[in-house]
Design a protein around this ligand. Structure first.
Ligand SMILES: [Zn+2]
Ligand SMILES: [Zn+2]
Length: 349
């Protein structure tokens, strides 16, 4: 089968022919419907995968959905052809965090040999993908796996980040979303259905900002000129400033902007892995501002996100490409040319 592979740090990804995996005991083989292309894939290409069980070369793709194709001994309750989303963070499955479905905060993340598909083990940018346990599969109901694939990260990650801050998101509060690409355009929609706060969207791309406005942002601001953007947003928000700033970029300029926007008793949530550094001391942020660095989301939250999509309350702006298109799509993403979410679909031309 064709697969888009990580072959080494700093090297471009390569489309290779690899064997279709055979599920061993407890494992499930999923026929991939779609695999979302994420900024984290660029991070993997540039820095490698950190997981203790990482392979030197592996198939990319951590936002996956498809259909149950086969399973190994000991797996029960599945039917061939069941549409499923693949929960992407593969924890130990045993610790307290994993037992409460928050595998994204697995307590054994550094200790046991493990990694997620696309993060050191073979991911979903291929025709088939091996999943180590049926607990990592979430039923999709009537959703098309191609459309649903990005929900597993591009929607789950902002959902988790917003849910943690919900007590702050009263109808008289303001929330700022920095970066309205793959995750951010989902964040705007999620905020619309999860709270009554006013939403400010910030980006460098006017097309993405216009899309954010259509999705429900109350104010859209191009941050080309950072000082001016901060001023515009502060005027809009008033003296309380923002109760929540979600930075889906994490570069130095976006963090610097976020610091200027948070109010007292607020939350600054950094999701983007842009490598910027936040100066933190008692005096560098408004009093009562907490800083949060959430990672992905829980299995239960993926069920909630899928329900929102199933009821038509959120919608991924998905664009479909073949596995062979993968290297070009990743290049476009690096150049900031991607709108919404790109999804690799096996067999599409
Ligand atoms: Zn991702
Ligand atoms: Zn665990």
């Amino acid at each position: 089968m064709k697969a888009l592979r990580f072959v080494g740090v700093g090297l471009p990804p390569v489309v290779e022919d690899v064997p279709v995996p055979v599920p061993g005991p407890g494992e499930v083989l999923v026929r991939i419907g779609g695999a979302g292309v994420c900024h984290s894939d660029l991070h993997v290409l540039d820095h490698g995968a950190q997981g203790a069980g990482s392979k030197p070369a592996f198939t990319l793709g951590h936002e996956n959905a498809g259909w149950v194709a086969a399973w190994g001994s000991g797996v029960q309750g599945l039917r061939e052809g069941d549409p499923v989303a693949v929960y992407g963070y593969w924890g130990c499955g045993h610790c307290r965090a994993c037992q409460s479905s928050m595998e994204n905060y697995c307590e054994n993340a550094d200790a046991v040999p493990q990694a997620g598909g696309g993060f050191g083990l073979d991911g979903g940018m291929a025709e088939y993908m091996l999943v180590p346990s049926p607990r990592l599969l979430v039923p999709l109901g009537t959703l098309d796996p191609r459309e649903a694939a990005p929900l597993t990260d591009a929607a789950l990650t902002p959902y988790h980040a917003i849910k943690r801050a919900l007590p702050l998101l009263t109808p008289d509060a303001n929330v700022v979303v920095i970066g309205v690409g793959g995750l951010g355009h989902m964040a705007v929609q999620l905020l619309r259905v999860m709270c009554g706060s006013r939403i400010v969207a910030v980006d460098l791309d006017d097309g993405r900002l216009e899309h954010a406005r259509q999705l429900g942002a109350d104010l859209v601001v191009n941050s080309r000129n950072g000082a001016q953007a901060a001023e515009t947003i502060r005027t809009f928000c008033g003296p309380r400033r923002a109760a929540l700033v979600l930075d889906f970029v994490g570069l130095q300029p976006t963090l610097d902007l976020a610091v200027q926007l948070v109010g007292r008793n607020s939350q600054l949530t950094v999701v983007g892995v842009g490598g910027g550094v936040l100066q933190l001391s008692q005096m560098t942020l408004p009093f009562g501002c907490s800083v949060s660095t959430p990672l992905w989301g829980s299995r239960a939250e993926l069920l909630e996100v899928i329900a929102l999509a199933q009821y038509g309350r959120i919608h991924v702006d998905a664009h479909y490409f073949s596995i062979e298109d993968g290297p070009r799509v990743l290049q476009d993403m690096r150049a900031g040319k991607v709108h919404g979410r790109s999804v690799l679909v096996p067999g599409v031309n």
